[in-house]
Design a protein around this ligand. Sequence first.
Ligand SMILES: Cc1ncc(C[n+]2csc(CCO)c2C)c(N)n1
Length: 223
Amino acid sequence: MTFSQALLERAQPMMDAIMAHPFVQAIAAGTVPNDVLNYYVEQDEHYLKDYLQVTALTITKTDNVDDINQLLTTAQFVQNESRAHQVMLEITGHTIENWRREPETKRYTDHMYASAYHGTYADALAALLPCAWSYAVIGEQLVDQGANNADNPLKEWIELYAPQMAPDAPDYNAWRFEALDRAVAPLSPTQLEHVAQTFLFSLEMEWRFWEAAWQQTHWQFEF
Ligand SMILES: Cc1ncc(C[n+]2csc(CCO)c2C)c(N)n1
């Protein structure tokens, strides 16, 4: 069994909890409350900017030109996500005004930056991977359930993330896991477990990102 196959087995209970999360279920039903959508989009704008910058840092940690090009290509997908945000803001009629990272956003992006600055190349990849992987699973499963029906105001959002809607597109997640398996090859058992922890921390933060929007979590104080 490869490192990433074992990692995905460990990750499965968290991924199941993300699919079962009331926010994700409400996306499937097209019934997400407006204030939840607004909070999510505002925080995700911060998240995506940080995601791009951490991708840039990750690129500096490898000499493999193929990986560099793949990372650049996958970063381009973030442009599609402006459309994903627009779909949500068209429902609520909101304009973004919260330019502050709320606690879980800060915790997640700090973890990504720390992994890229202080970790191995494999740590940097592992911190970024749950983001793309979990959304691909969400998109795929919601389309399989028929949640992208014409009555769902979030139909376009769901389809933006569903890999089966673009069957000719390269499978970037397959590449990410293959790159991770190559990147961990020279590592010691302690370093390997560190990479696994980095990945699982980011996946936990994916759950918390949905939860923070659902609960509208804010800092205790204005500062
Ligand atoms: C909190 C949060 N996690 C994941 C995504 C999804 N996402 C972010 S960047 C990217 C593309 C990578 O090539 C994908 C799929 C999101 N929008 N917000």
